[in-house]
Design a protein around this ligand. Sequence first.
Ligand SMILES: NC(=O)c1ccc[n+]([C@@H]2O[C@H](COP(=O)([O-])OP(=O)(O)OC[C@H]3O[C@@H](n4cnc5c(N)ncnc54)[C@H](OP(=O)(O)O)[C@@H]3O)[C@@H](O)[C@H]2O)c1
Length: 295
Amino acid sequence: MNYKVTVIGAGRMGSALATVLFHKGFATTVWNRTGAKTEVLSRLGLSVARSVEESVREADIVVVSVSDYSSTRQLLRQPDIETALRGKIVVQLSSGTPKEAREMDSWARRCGISYLDGAILGSPEWIGTPACTIFYSGPAEVFNRAKPVLMVFGDRTLFVGHEIGHASAFDVAVLTFGISAMLGFLQGQFVWESENLPAGGFLETIKGMMPTMESVFTDMSRRVSSKNYSGDQASLEAYSVVTKHLVSWCQDRGSDHTIPDAYVNLMERAIQAGKSQADFACLFEILSDATSKPI
Ligand SMILES: NC(=O)c1ccc[n+]([C@@H]2O[C@H](COP(=O)([O-])OP(=O)(O)OC[C@H]3O[C@@H](n4cnc5c(N)ncnc54)[C@H](OP(=O)(O)O)[C@@H]3O)[C@@H](O)[C@H]2O)c1
């Protein structure tokens, strides 16, 4: 079936999604709060709607890509829009939390809308390429109906199950890792440059460590699943000492030490809880303890 697709939101991501749909031959309509952002899309040949209601009226599938769920709620939770969406498929591709996905799903059910929640792992330039991974959750039957459209966004279009919060849960988990690694890279690059180490050498050093890091993650994963934090290689106390060197380096330099401070804080809490001789992976217990507060 040649679906008519509407994309709500023509920011960086929404524009990329709409453009790929259009190039793949779908009748594509866009709406954006700030009209000027749709001019490029209009020149390409996409239809530009004057209102959200107009944009969804003829659509079979409505893809939402705005900043967050609260903006989505403002746009869609209006009686005329809810009526126009009844019986259609709404695919949420704005980032959010599993809780927000569940709330959106309850709203969609009440309105007779078929709802899929999605999470994009990639930047706009990856849309429509093999590099783009998108997770979807919701009813399998709705995913299968929407699949011909969703497949154009990326080769890795992955259905992660009917629990509506799971797509954003995947996203939160992967982003937690990715953002920490990106900030770690920037802080390390700053040390590298400040100490006049050879240009480009930090990236090469980090790349060379990747196989080792893979085995570190494998070991941590095994320890967390078995809850076995005993070890004879490096104690948490030893990690705490070297992590304090990171704080000292920043203090000597007069630079920001927010990141190493947070690491030290976590380790101190674990040490105070009697885990000084445990393996680094025991920090999982601190991260998952809702009663543990920063000191
Ligand atoms: N860019 C990425 O690399 C990337 C990757 C993965 C996921 N995402 C997710 O994709 C979503 C869109 O990101 P983006 O990069 O396209 O952001 P963006 O370029 O900043 O665009 C934000 C979009 O949201 C709209 N918007 C914000 N608040 C609104 C409101 N109250 N009512 C109506 N429209 C509103 C903006 O409209 P105006 O133009 O009128 O301001 C614009 O269309 C986000 O949830 C983001 O987390 C982005």
